[in-house]
Design a protein around this ligand. Structure first.
Ligand SMILES: O=P(O)(O)OC[C@H]1O[C@H](OP(=O)(O)OP(=O)(O)O)[C@H](O)[C@@H]1O
Ligand SMILES: Nc1ncnc2[nH]cnc12
Length: 272
């Protein structure tokens, strides 16, 4: 018996001509524990290998992907082999998300080989063009966090700056930007973190948060988890309690969630 939400999502998807995502509503409600985010293990080879592997790019057989591509040509990219089938996770249906997650997932475009060969880039700019999907994205986060006594929404540069401020305003929290190095004009504290190749640094203004505050960390996407870990470390160094991390998209195969240990992570779309 086909899932009704799936059929609705599929027809909407065909109408909207969007790229396809595997959608699920996932959340972790583990209690807080000392974060394992102190490790800066290199992620270079496995990450690169995964992104370049055929399984990262193609979950359908050739005939399936051709058929789906004929029904729903991608917005801009023409690599039909990269099109992934959208389906509503049963958990989503059970939790009564009334199709919002499906629409959000279908509004996210996937661009193969950007910014380099082998990378399937999850492009949220198309989500921002869909006013309903964008509003639903913010609403789903606000519904989850409005009664959690959160005083700080920490948004990660750059795409966390898109989703963080409307959530902060709606739940009555302040917004704190977590920036790339040498962008913030005041005194900062810094945290280094590992990237696919090499390292980067994240900075936060001294005095933006106070010890004892309760924070939500928001970004568009978790891949290896290194970025979120750096944000958690920065906040915990100054005595802030990170209640949860939230992302629109999770690249689950990269197991960034594991890297967060017991720190709760809430995501809307699983782009497997
Ligand atoms: O889980 P991770 O492996 O750490 O990767 C996730 C990060 O990667 C992307 O940002 P990016 O570093 O591309 O920066 P940008 O948003 O400024 O382009 C994304 O927006 C996350 O912040
Ligand atoms: N596949 C991807 N799409 C968008 N942003 C990313 N950051 C890391 N991996 C990414």
């Amino acid at each position: 018996m086909p899932n009704l939400n799936f059929l609705l999502a599929k027809s909407r998807l065909m109408a909207s001509n969007s790229m396809m995502q595997k959608a699920s509503l996932l959340s972790s409600s583990n209690s807080l524990a000392p974060s394992p985010c102190t490790s800066r293990r290199p992620l270079v080879a496995p990450f690169r290998r995964f992104l370049a592997s055929p399984c990262a790019q193609l979950s359908l057989t050739r005939s399936q992907s051709c058929r789906l591509a004929a029904l729903s040509p991608p917005l801009r990219c023409n690599a039909t082999g990269s099109v992934k089938r959208q389906e509503m996770a049963s958990q989503d249906a059970q939790e009564g998300q009334d199709g919002r997650v499906a629409r959000i997932a279908s509004a996210i475009r996937v661009i193969p080989d950007f910014p380099k060969p082998g990378i399937m880039f999850q492009d949220i700019t198309t989500l921002l063009l869909d006013t309903k999907a964008f509003r639903d994205t913010i609403d789903l986060f606000v519904e989850r966090y409005k009664d959690k006594d959160i005083s700080v929404v920490a948004g990660i540069e750059a795409r966390g700056f898109i989703f963080g401020p409307p959530i902060a305003l709606a739940i009555g929290a302040k917004f704190v930007p977590m920036r790339k190095p040498n962008k913030l004009p005041g005194e900062v504290i810094s945290e280094e973190y590992s990237l696919e190749y090499g390292t980067d640094t994240m900075e936060m203004h001294v005095g933006a948060v106070q010890a004892g505050e309760r924070a939500l960390v928001i970004d568009d996407l978790i891949a290896t988890g290194g970025t979120l870990c750096a944000a958690i470390r920065l906040l915990e160094r100054v005595g802030v309690h990170v209640v949860e991390c939230a992302c629109v998209i999770e690249l689950a195969e990269l197991k960034g969630r594991d890297r967060l240990g017991d720190k709760p992570l809430f995501v809307l779309v699983n782009a497997a």
